[in-house]
Design a binder for this molecule. Sequence first.
Ligand code: NAD
Length: 367
Amino acid sequence: MSELFQFADNIGPAKVMGIYEPKLHLRGILVVDNVAAGPAIGGCRMAPDVTLQECARLARAMTMKNAAAGLPHGGAKSVIMADPKMPTERKEQVIRAFAHAIRDVADYIVGPDMGLNERAMAWMHDEIGRAAGLPREIGGIPLDEIGATGFGLAIAAEVAQDFCEVKIAGARVAVQGFGAVGKHAARFLAARGAVLVAASDSSGTIVNSNGLDVEALIALKNRGRSVVELPAAERRDREAIVGVGCDIWIPAARPDVITMVNVDLLRAKLVLQGANIPVSPEAEERMHQRGILSIPDFIANAGGVICASVEYHGGTQSTALETIEEKIRNNTREVLDAMRLQRVTPRRAAVDLARERVLVAMSYRRF
Ligand code: NAD
C-alpha cells in the first residue's frame, strides 16, 4: 500500500489507478498528479517496459509543464504496457478497453504519447467522449503532423541564443530519436539556417558533418524505415549519437538517456530537451557546471500540450501555433533570466516558476 504513496508530496499525485483486463492482457496505469488548475491533461504511452515510477514522474512533469505554460489544466499521464507495433485490430481493442477503464475519471483528458497516434485518440474519444490530439476529420489539430512540439523547440532555441554562444544559423544539430518530435525540430531549425549533422532512432545513428538531407530523412521515416538507411551518411551504433560533435543536441526519444555515466560524452553547447525527463538531475547539474545550457523538458517541449489544449477548447491550428510561440518564447526567457539573476540551473529556475504557479492554483481550491 505504501508503494502507492511513495511519490506523494505537497502537490500530488491525486490519484493512482491500476488497470488490468485479463481477456485482452491489458495492463495499464493512470496517475492523475494534480487538478488544481483544471482537469488534468497528459499523454498515454504504449511501450512494453513502462513502469509505475516512469508514469508518476511523467505525470508530475505534465503538472509542471501545464502550469509553466499557464494552461487551465493539471497534469496526468497514463501508460499501457504493450508493444505499440501489435496488429491494428488488436491495438484498437486494447485502446478501447483502456478508455473504458478510465471512463469515470472525469478529470483526466487523455492525449497521444509514444506508441499512440491521432487514430488511437479517435478510438478513445469514441469510447468516452474525452481526448485531445484528435484527427483533423473530427475537429482535431494533428499535433504530430504539424510538428507542434518541434516548432516549440525551435522557438526555445531562438531565445536561448541570447544566453549561450550558439547561433541557430549555421549551428550543427544532432537529434536522438527521429520521430514526431525529432524530425520536426530538425525541420524547423533547418528552416532557420541550422545544419543537421547527426540523427538516430532505435536502429542506430547516422552522421555527416557536412549536413544530412532533412527532407529526405523525414520522407524515409514517414515510409516506416530507419534513419540508418539514408545514403551519404556514416553509420554508428545507437548510443553514438551522445558523443557526436555538434552545437545543439536534442534528446527526442526515451527518458533518462543522459546520466552521470555518459553526460561527459556530450559535446554540445545547447541541449533542447524534446523528450520528457531525458536527463537525470545529477547529469543536469553536471551539464550546468560544464557550461552547457540545457532547456528543461517542460519548458522546451510544451508545444504539443499547448496545441492539445487549444484544440480541446475549440481553437484553430493557427491559434495553436501562435499560442505555442508566445508561451514558449515568454517562458523560456523568464526561466533563463531567473537562471542568470539567481545563479541557479535552468531546471531549478523552471521548477520554481512552475511550482509557484501550481501552489497558487491550489490555494484557490477547497481541496
Ligand atoms: P515517436 O514514437 O514518434 O518517436 C520516437 C523516436 O525515438 C522513434 O524514431 C524511435 O525509433 C526512436 N527511439 C526509441 N528509442 C530510442 C533510443 N533508445 N535511441 C534512439 N532513438 C530511439 O515519439 P515522439 O512523439 O517523437 O516522442 C518522443 C519523446 O518526446 C518522448 O519522450 C515523448 O514523451 C516526448 N514528447 C512528445 C511530444 C509530442 O508532441 N509528440 C510532446 C512532448 C514530449
